[in-house]
Design a binder for this molecule. Structure first.
Ligand code: NI
Length: 210
């Protein structure tokens, strides 16, 4: 009996030492997500291209491991809020968006590795909403702001450090191709400005696996 108990103990110790991502597992990560646009646009009313500032929000990822190496991940966040302006005028408007992103991922290493670096490729959908000119914009005769929603390709690199069977810490970065049309009226005349946001998104998070 003692020998069997020792063998069972050895087996359970061995299996609990398998701390890394494995097939069939779900995990989620919660942390900070920062969107840093690499913005460019057509010339706006002869005043150059749009400037868009950075924004940080709580970010969440949900991942399913299809095999020990292949994951499928959904990125979600609370709405990002950016100020948009022009060099000569300063900030003119505030826009909000949600950029859910679905990735297919390859995790390097195996189910026994403590570090699991990964690469991913996928698709981003960015929904713009609650877009408003501020007082400077309104005083400049601007109104009726809207931004076209965007579908685009996303790429990703990240690393998980597996602390124990349940907990991990993570750092990851995405590049998202987000292109939109910024539509508004200037002194009553309709404008449509082709605009690229193409941000880097940085996330630092803690994860829980089950
Ligand atoms: Ni683009």
């Amino acid at each position: 009996m003692k020998k069997i108990a020792a063998a069972l103990l050895a087996v359970s110790c061995f299996s609990s030492s398998v701390v890394a991502h494995e097939a069939g597992e779900f995990f989620f990560r919660v942390g900070s997500a920062t969107v840093r646009p690499n913005e460019s646009s057509n010339n706006v009313l002869g005043m150059g291209s749009f400037n868009v500032d950075n924004n940080t929000q709580p970010g969440f990822t949900f991942t399913y491991m299809a095999t020990d190496n292949i994951g499928v991940e959904l990125l979600a966040a609370t709405p990002f809020k950016h100020k948009v302006g022009l060099g000569p005028t300063g900030d003119l408007a505030t826009v909000h968006h949600l950029p859910p992103t679905l990735m297919a991922q390859w995790y390097f290493g195996d189910a026994g590795s403590t570090f699991r670096p990964y690469l991913g490729v996928g698709v981003n959908y960015t929904m713009f909403f609650d877009n408003k000119f501020n007082d400077t914009g309104k005083e400049s005769g601007l109104s009726d702001l809207s931004l076209k929603n965007s579908w685009g390709v996303a790429g990703q690199a990240g690393v998980d450090y597996l602390i124990d069977k349940n907990w991990l810490i993570n750092a990851s970065v995405w590049y998202m191709d987000i292109d939109t049309e910024v539509k508004f009226k200037a002194g009553g005349a309709r404008q449509s400005i082709s605009t690229q946001l193409d941000p880097w998104v940085f996330m630092f998070s803690a994860g829980y696996r089950f």
